[in-house]
Design a protein around this ligand. Structure first.
Ligand code: ADP
Length: 335
């Protein structure tokens, strides 16, 4: 059940379809992110008043927080068609030229994981974003010429989990950058309530809270856990109570804080074998039998975010909360 808690994993076809059905269609229905919603609303309203395409928008933040959903909302609220693309799909300038030259006037172009686009395409994009124009290179070497091509005006909505990886010239060409934050439990309860209605699942308020607090601040995870709870309730009969949620999530190895098996393995090794640290990342990774890459990018950020461990110059250390979550205490008999 480890993938259940990894928002970058897309999951089954059924889950993708469920996600699609769950996406709010308007800014008003979009839960939380109040600042970003206000900023986007203003940007869309200003474009409407001036009868022009909205400025280019960069959406930055961890996976599963609603970037794709917001891109769809931007298109829907401004009554424009939407084209979906992604950085990994744009490996050559030509890939991008093909997309850009086929846009209809006013179209919203969503490029997910825009930081993974090819460098050669990035340069093409600068001019396109600025002047709605591209230069298409024809031929090679000394005989190469460039043919200018006018594009239909469009709005680029780029999404990235790593805004730091974007080259400055690209970042600067977005009129607006929205930084999405993790959701609090109240907000996730609202997300879940909507999803429960769609699943025709009767569920107690306390059960919703129980799922929300285990969802790592991430709507995609919340919705995913809800589906597992729905299955459990279906098989065991009746309503989704708090007890049902607890049993279902125990079955899937998701603890009260949303830690999965690997998170707990890392914590337990840190606490027992290294007496809470400090210990180097590589040593820790070897001890749990995982790549240090995985520990650093998948496990550690969440443990740091919820305050169970800290990074120090001498290595990773468990915090008091870290010890308490496992009902353990540091030993004093060793240095
Ligand atoms: P991202 O593109 O950032 O990875 P998505 O837009 O695909 O995230 O969102 C993942 C899922 O979470 C979708 O099913 C979406 O409906 C839901 N979701 C995300 N943010 C919200 C929100 N603010 N309100 C309601 N549902 C949300």
């Amino acid at each position: 059940g480890d993938e259940l808690l990894q928002p970058e994993m897309m999951g089954s076809e059924a889950e993708v379809a469920f996600e699609g059905a769950l996406r709010p269609k308007s800014l008003a229905e979009f839960v939380g992110q109040q600042r970003v919603r206000g900023q986007l609303q203003l940007l869309l309203d200003a474009a409407t008043i001036q009868n022009r395409t909205p400025d280019h928008i960069l959406l930055a933040g961890p996976p599963g927080l609603g970037k794709t959903t917001l891109a769809m909302i931007v298109a829907h609220e401004s009554g424009r068609p939407l084209r979906l693309s992604s950085g990994p799909a744009i490996q050559h300038a030509g890939d991008l030229a093909a997309v850009l030259s086929s846009l209809v006037p006013g179209e919203v172009l969503f490029v997910d994981e825009i930081h993974r686009m090819a460098r050669s395409a990035e340069e093409l994009l600068y001019l396109a974003m600025e002047d709605f124009r591209i230069d298409i290179m024809v031929g090679k070497g000394a005989g190469a010429t460039s043919i200018p091509l006018d594009l239909a005006p469009f709005t680029l909505v780029g999404a990235t989990t790593r805004s730091g990886l974007l080259p400055n010239p690209l970042r600067d060409r977005f009129g607006f950058t929205a930084h999405l934050e993790f959701y609090d439990a109240d907000e996730l309860v609202q997300v879940l309530r909507r999803a429960a209605v769609m699943l025709e699942l009767r569920i107690e308020e306390s059960a919703l809270i129980e799922i929300a607090t285990r969802s790592r601040g991430t709507p995609r995870i919340a919705n995913r856990l809800l589906r597992r709870v729905r299955d459990y309730a279906l098989v065991h009969g009746g309503e989704a109570t708090r007890a049902v949620v607890r049993s279902a999530l125990e079955l899937y190895d998701v603890d009260e804080l949303g830690l999965d098996r690997l998170d707990r393995a890392v914590m337990l090794i840190l606490l027992t074998r290294f007496n809470g640290g400090p210990v180097g990342l590589n040593t820790l990774a070897v001890s749990v039998g995982e790549e240090s890459e995985t520990i650093e990018s998948v496990v550690e950020p969440f443990l740091v975010r919820i305050g169970l461990i800290v990074r120090t110059p001498r290595g990773r250390m468990a915090t008091r909360e870290g010890w308490e979550h496992f009902n353990m205490q540091p030993r004093n008999d060793i240095a």
